[in-house]
Design a protein around this ligand. Structure first.
Ligand SMILES: CC(C)(COP(=O)(O)OP(=O)(O)OC[C@H]1O[C@@H](n2cnc3c(N)ncnc32)[C@H](O)[C@@H]1OP(=O)(O)O)[C@@H](O)C(=O)NCCC(=O)NCCS
Length: 173
């Protein structure tokens, strides 16, 4: 171990402990405060249920009035931005890392940010893949695997996710 490793290791351990604490903290209001100290930016009136885990936290931006239900995993290495008023259902996974698999081995990774617009409803058990942008007001049906961008105010579902219909309240038709 080199002397110069000490601050980095301490820093990493601090964040690791904070992420685990936030995930398991039993009290609603103070849980949000722990996340606030962990993430890059967090708005007002955010509710994060127990057992939500962010892999880094430091690359996560959460808007106002966001609700994140239990069991959600936010793999934010490449950056995740969640718009105001968005709801994320139980056990959704948002992932921002792809392995470059063309050559031998999997050590080479590619980071692609995920952007979730305002007032999006992400159903339970969904997977949002690296680089996806979900437009404002869209609905992602339960169990969907979202491999490409989602049109604003559309309702999508399935594997891979396809458009089912448009929301009646949507601005686009
Ligand atoms: C996507 C969803 C909102 C659509 O609800 P809806 O507007 O009432 O739509 P309908 O039930 O009328 O279904 C319309 C069509 O979409 C299909 N569909 C509905 N939900 C689907 C889904 N999750 N995946 C794939 N297809 C779906 C239906 O089979 C139907 O197809 P058909 O016209 O060929 O018969 C809803 O089905 C859903 O998935 N809700 C998420 C629930 C959830 O995860 N809650 C979070 C709790 S933490």
């Amino acid at each position: 171990m080199r002397l110069t490793d000490i601050p980095t290791r301490t820093y990493r351990s601090y964040y690791r402990a904070l992420r685990a604490l936030a995930c398991m903290w039993p009290f609603e209001n103070s849980r949000s405060l722990i996340y606030k100290s962990l993430v890059k930016k967090m708005g007002h009136n955010v509710v994060i249920m127990p057992f939500v885990y962010c892999i880094y936290g430091t690359n996560l931006v959460i808007g106002d009035d966001v609700f994140i239900n239990t069991g959600v995993i936010l793999e934010d290495a490449g950056g995740i931005c969640i718009g105001d008023g968005t709801h994320i259902g139980c056990k959704a996974i948002l992932m921002t890392t792809d392995h470059r698999y063309e050559n031998d081995g999997l050590k080479c990774i590619e980071l692609k940010p995920i952007t979730i617009g305002k007032n999006v409803w992400i159903g339970a058990n969904t997977s949002i893949l690296p680089g996806v942008t979900v437009g404002e007001g869209a609905v992602i049906g339960a169990g969907a695997v979202v491999t490409s961008d989602v049109e604003p105010y559309s309702v999508v579902g399935g594997v891979p996710a396809k458009k089912i219909k448009m929301r009646k309240t949507g601005r686009s038709s």
